[in-house]
Design a binder for this molecule. Structure first.
Ligand SMILES: [Cu+2]
Length: 168
């Protein structure tokens, strides 16, 4: 009598363990799905590469209007030093891009950026080959229907190194 009760008790425990295991694995699947959806909905960071051929690897950037803050990481995958092939990532209204490029050239080496210029929405440091830098900025002041561009302010580069920054 005692023995059979023990066995049934053990079986019941095993059964509950299996049920618990199933619930746990189901939960972990649901949690994984939930997190990946969240990551897609709020991918508020972008990586853009630049090189020795004066190019960004992105012709445009599309970012979510849900992003409160945006982080852009600029990588320079070339070898040339900053004074010859420096790159930065600067965001402004598209209409400000050319005048801002002129002001940047006047600001001079090594940063080629007019500090404190209100036309600059965001800007990274100027980097050379093998380096990486990033900037995080507030998106709340941007108009989703606005016309924004990013570009490099190293003299002459904005003609090629530019792209549209699209909020959607
Ligand atoms: Cu550049």
């Amino acid at each position: 009598m005692t023995l059979s009760m023990d066995i049934s008790f053990t079986n019941k425990n095993n059964f509950m363990e299996k049920v618990n295991m199933r619930i746990l694995s189901l939960l972990s699947i649901l949690i994984t799905l939930g997190y990946s959806n969240l990551a897609v909905a709020q991918d508020c960071s972008q990586i853009v590469e630049s090189n020795d051929a004066m190019q960004f690897d992105l012709k445009e950037m599309r970012v979510s209007a849900d992003c409160k803050n945006m982080t852009v990481t600029l990588k320079h995958v070339g070898n040339l030093p900053q004074q010859f092939m420096g790159h930065n990532w600067v965001l402004s209204n598209t209409a400000d891009m050319m005048p801002l490029s002129g002001a940047s050239m006047q600001a001079g080496a090594p940063n080629y950026l007019p500090e404190g210029d209100s036309r600059i929405i965001a800007a990274t440091d100027m980097i050379g080959g093998g380096q990486e830098t990033s900037v995080t900025f507030d998106m709340s002041s941007l108009d989703p229907s606005g016309d924004y561009s990013y570009f490099c302010t190293f003299p002459g580069h904005y003609a090629i190194m530019k792209g549209k920054f699209i909020i959607e």
